[in-house]
Design a protein around this ligand. Sequence first.
Ligand code: CA
Length: 411
Amino acid sequence: MKFNSLHHYSALRPQAGTSSLWLVFWSISVGMFWGAPSHAQVQVQAQAQTQTLAATKPTVKSVKPPQLKVLHEGRDVIWGFDFLSENEVVLTERKGELKILRLDVPTSQASRVIRVEGAPKVWAKGQGGLLDVRVHPEKKNWIYLTYSAPLAKGGATALGLGRIEREAKGARLVEWRELFRSDAGGTSGVHFGSRIEFRREANAWWLYMSIGDRDERDLAQSLKAHNGKILRLNLEGRAGSDNPFAGQAQAHAEIWSLGHRSPQGLARNPTTDELWMAEMGPRGGDELNLVKRGANYGWPKLTYGREYWGPSIGEGATQAGFESPVAHWVPSISPSGMAWVSSDKIPAWKGSLLMGTLSGTHVRRLVLKGAQVSQQEVLFADQGQRFRALREGPDGWMYFATDAGLLGRIE
Ligand SMILES: [Ca+2]
């Protein structure tokens, strides 16, 4: 397996460092900005860290370790992917390319990868660009894309729909329409969201979409901004009339939940129909959450994380009236795309939640009992990959995509 070693944009967080290094950095930062901490202070911090780690440390290992089988080596971050058919994967590259990977064509043939012309123009800066892709739940070859739409200044997370048409020597996105443009715009290059998930409710499909705070953290608490929210839209990109804040004049009707920071994981549990999400916290404080209608997840008022330069944020970690995370991670692992395992291709994994991590450079398998994480397993930590997206394929195997441009199957 060959990995390329391009430099990739980092989410401004400690890179796969050890907790002790992190602690040293924390101590130095605190020392520089707030006066050196006493020995006792450092010990208390160390204890708190150990306790947090103890609560979230991996506890299980798969009997026969699965392997990563690389099916495609690109050059850009693969932000999202989905299956057009059993053998065709549609994928987004963050700088703006939309491609089809044909798994039934030998790797030696150029036609294995098809460029799809006509993808929307994107503002590809920092974490922005062409983001998630999902195949329409009912209409073959129709795809939804999220992306940072270019503004006069900067970009705003948007959602659009188009149809992939095959041509003699390629493919083209036709009948493209932008369905929804959020007001989470600006020149900041961080926290765009924007994972897409579908759920069928009372005979209709609904599209859920995550939006990051765009570094305007206070807006995550405002019902008049799309920043830091999960939205619930119909398949035409319009707010549900039964959305929790739909009747309020001073609120955006699209909002389903609020108080999120940088949500890049969103996955419906096929067994329970619950919607689960993962978001990156500040330094520490990454969260796994069970998404509830109209609930407030706290950011930036509540968090387990701290500022990168040391001081605490907000008013603590939990408070009545706010949803607490089901799990949190200190130090950061930077959760990104995630997917539930419904097949029994790897029997021990059935019913687990697989979460890709960026700075953590591993895939984390979570076993949930109700709304509690009962077991965790760290997978593929030796590969040095930032795992951006995960999805279960039509064949029942789990597929992954990385920031180094790899797409493959776990088997
Ligand atoms: Ca939270």
